[in-house]
Design a protein around this ligand. Sequence first.
Ligand code: HH2
Length: 279
Amino acid sequence: MRLQIGVRLFEGAGPFLMGVVNVTPDSFSDGGRYLDPAAAVARAERLLAEGADLLDLGGESTRPGAPEVPEAEEIRRVVPVVQALRARGVGAPISVDTRKPAVARAALDAGADLVNDVAGLSAPGMVELVAERDAPAVLMHMRGTPADMQRHTGYRDVVEEVVAELSAALARAVARGVRPERVILDPGLGFAKTAGQTAELLANLPRLAALGRPLLVGPSRKSFLGALAGVPVEERLPATLAAVTAAVLGGAVFVRVHDVAPARQAALVAAALRDARRP
Ligand code: HH2
């Protein structure tokens, strides 16, 4: 894989660590901790010091049942953090985690480099924006919206259907001018999926990698880990590390995590094992 994101050329199989900064009052695991721009900036700098390869800034929680945040409010949360990081000389690639083209546009204008869209570039105008800016983008699989997605878990074969739906979303984006080389695909762990379906996807990542684009996987602290390991959200780091290991062994190039330093250890061990495999 070769993908230029901002000033950095990402080459090879990774793993590359995307560090999460939620500038929200209500994210499922860290809501309210980094809503203040200064706290978000400090968090971002800490994640970079821990070895994050890129940052993912989000101004809207997408946890199951989350209400939609008005566009202006989301811009007010995210843009000052992008601006402050750039003003402080942070050159690392910055991703904006949003479903809204106006938020993505404002963040790109402020110095962000990548659009991370849990809605798969489905909002009117989003694909056009990504095409116009030739922005790298994460195209994630979901059905419905965060508010109602857990009512859309009726799959016959979750792996086959996620592959088909991601492939269709990629084709739609490409038909509207997005260069396929700029796209990263994401199975959307926990988005319109039960815990069992999420585990099935994580166990079958090579089927998604066959779509020919790098994969990003975001297992961090999610409820499927709670279901599998029987632990509350604040105790899911060990379960997260198991999932990061599985993701890298399954071919994930990017992993999206809150706890960068420990995830980096797990990812490096998993990558060494992946690369030591015999044909
Ligand atoms: N998961 C979350 C948010 N954004 N983006 C991608 N590409 N993949 C993911 O798996 C993903 C994502 C949910 O995690 P978090 O941001 O911590 O929670 P919240 O949505 O409550 O802010």
